[in-house]
Design a protein around this ligand. Structure first.
Ligand SMILES: NC(=O)c1ccc[n+]([C@@H]2O[C@H](COP(=O)([O-])OP(=O)(O)OC[C@H]3O[C@@H](n4cnc5c(N)ncnc54)[C@H](OP(=O)(O)O)[C@@H]3O)[C@@H](O)[C@H]2O)c1
Length: 322
């Protein structure tokens, strides 16, 4: 099969389009003919500076396609079914092998391209807001990188939960588009200090919850942006900024930071997370939640697709189509 691989991490041009062996079907898994790959924030971060599972490495956490093979230990999947799957690596290829438990049947009416964008961003946003963030109606939430995958999901879920939604983005154009997804107050990180802006928007009080997928200096600013007893759901390091905030800044305001990793929750509380993501897929199929596709590239153009994500011009997901 064809795959987008790399031998070393680095900028997007580390990608090579190569012929590699087809993945073997695990006894408890399936092999999927991949029709759409959603480039996750984690894929870009791995390509830049992750650890290689093998050389060459096939990156990628999430894709959708059609089952071509089913392992002997699997009773609830059949060849020909349309599924979306998550994995530790391997989405940037024509075929992917995954445990059946890490797949979801794609509901009728939902195309594979949009399905490919759902599990990780919506599952992560939901857990950040509710399971760990304890968001309540009437509270104020600040979503960093609102035009990214996790951000777009978090804005929609927070708004309909009755929160006032603030979000950051690096352009006014992105912030304007976010209004149709539930954004109440946009903050352009290229023109203002977001923590000061969040305090001003909330009349000096600060926000109750921050969804921080950016990390580093942004995480330090998130602490400043919090209200008394405010919470931070710290979920990602999109900025690749290794700056460590001063944690003593949490103490005077009884503020908390929770580190969040969807993969651990999926492994340990599998039924809860699998069912939650199934509900998100059904809602996207019905149109009560939306995914946004920015651009599509052929698999052989993985370098250009990753460069598009890193340009910070994208609004929503960039896809690879094998
Ligand atoms: N822990 C978990 O379970 C989990 C799950 C999902 C994702 N994540 C992590 O969460 C982060 C976001 O994921 P995602 O899928 O939402 O990513 P994404 O769709 O690629 O969005 C990332 C956004 O980060 C913003 N950003 C801020 N500072 C940046 C910088 N210095 N360089 C590049 N981008 C910057 C950009 O928006 P602006 O240009 O508008 O600022 C960009 O759109 C990633 O680090 C990912 O690994 C973690």
């Amino acid at each position: 099969m064809k795959a987008a691989v790399y031998y070393e991490t680095g900028p997007p041009d580390v990608f090579r389009s190569e012929e590699v062996p087809d993945p073997a079907c695990p006894a408890d898994g399936v092999v999927v003919d991949v029709e759409a790959v959603s480039i996750e924030g984690g894929d870009v971060g791995h390509r830049a500076r992750g650890e290689l599972a093998a050389r060459p490495h096939i990156v990628g956490y999430q894709c959708a396609g059609v089952i071509r093979e089913v392992g002997p230990g699997v009773g609830d999947r059949e060849t020909g079914q349309r599924v979306v799957a998550i994995m530790l690596h391997g989405s940037h290829a024509e075929r992917a092998a995954v445990p059946a438990a890490a797949t979801w049947i794609v509901p009728d009416g939902l195309d594979l391209r949009r399905a490919a964008c759902v599990p990780i961003p919506f599952g992560t946003a939901d857990d950040c807001l509710f399971e760990f963030g304890h968001l309540q109606a009437g509270e104020t939430v600040l979503v960093h990188a609102g035009a990214g995958g996790v951000g777009l999901a978090a804005i929609q879920l927070a708004k309909r939960a009755g929160a006032t939604v603030l979000a950051t983005a690096s352009s006014d154009a992105k912030l304007a588009k976010l209004e149709t997804f539930g954004l109440d107050h946009g903050i352009n990180t290229r023109s203002v200090d977001f923590a000061a802006a969040a305090r001003e928007i909330t009349g000096g009080r600060g926000v109750d919850l921050v969804i921080d997928s950016v990390g580093g200096r942004t995480l330090a600013g998130s602490i400043e942006a919090l209200a008394y007893r405010g919470r931070i759901a710290f979920v990602g390091s999109a900025a690749r900024d290794d700056y460590r905030p001063d944690w003593t800044a949490l103490r005077p305001g009884n503020k908390t930071v929770t580190g969040i990793f969807l993969g651990a929750e999926f492994a340990i509380h599998h039924e809860r997370v699998h069912a939650m993501i199934q509900r998100h897929l059904e809602e996207v199929a019905r149109g009560t939640l939306a995914v946004v596709i920015d651009r599509e590239y052929p698999l052989a153009e993985a370098a250009a697709a990753h460069a598009r994500v890193e340009s910070r011009e994208a609004f929503g997901r960039v896809l690879l189509i094998p």
